[in-house]
Ligand binder design. Sequence first.
Ligand SMILES: [Zn+2]
Length: 284
Amino acid sequence: MTATQLGEITVHRIVEHEIPVYLPTDMFDEATPEALEPYREWLVPKALCPDTGCLVMPVVSYLVRTRYHCILIDTCVGCDKTYAEPSAWHRRANQRWLARLAAAGAHPDEIDFVFCTHLHSDHCGWNTRLVDGRWQPTFPNAKYVFSREEYAATEAEGHQLFLDNVLPVMEARQAVLVDMDYALDDELWLEPTVGHTAGHVAVHLNSGAHRAAMCGDLIHSPLQLAEPGWSCNSDFDLELAATTRKKFLGTHCDTDTLILTSHFPSPSVGHIVWNANRYDFSYL
Ligand SMILES: [Zn+2]
């Protein structure tokens, strides 16, 4: 497993799985075969599977070791969870993600903080695991940091996800609810990036002159670099999501900020660049 060095911060990408999941039109209403045609050659095969026609979207976490802390950003799908769709996420049984976390040198006991960009099934699944029939925090010594708005919105929905992935953390007194611009210290802070969800945040890292940002689901696919106005059907506010995405792309384009994505194909990490009259991604 390769690590990315960011000054004194080390970042490992922990992949849960990387498979073709959704047809482009399942995610973006605008992504008809005709609309996709100009981008097909650019996307195939890494981001668009030529056999299934589906977008290839890994589900990943980032393990971040700063001078002070061992931190996880987002916790993938998890095991034994009841998810309506996609079927590949429902009641997963393999523990490969935990093995990969161990291979990156981190035992669950060592995690000091868990940050969730938002509380969707593929970003908070490993928050808990089933022990003797009860959901328990996977990381017994961690504080789990959620934005107050995201927690409130997820609690109000009252779905199984909240009961399985979030509430057990709160009941264990391991949850910390913060403002969307919360700063842990001079090396990690949050930026409100609302649109995909009501309390979505990006997680910024800084060490010396080195910067990175984990963008969560404010961008799902490299396709949205070519078409920043295409919001995901699951965004709670499509217009706001597009505005947030355009601002983020404009801010970080052609800068040194390393973008840690949630769902771009491997290696998932790179820089936003301006190329041939549109945004593009220069993979690390
Ligand atoms: Zn996601």
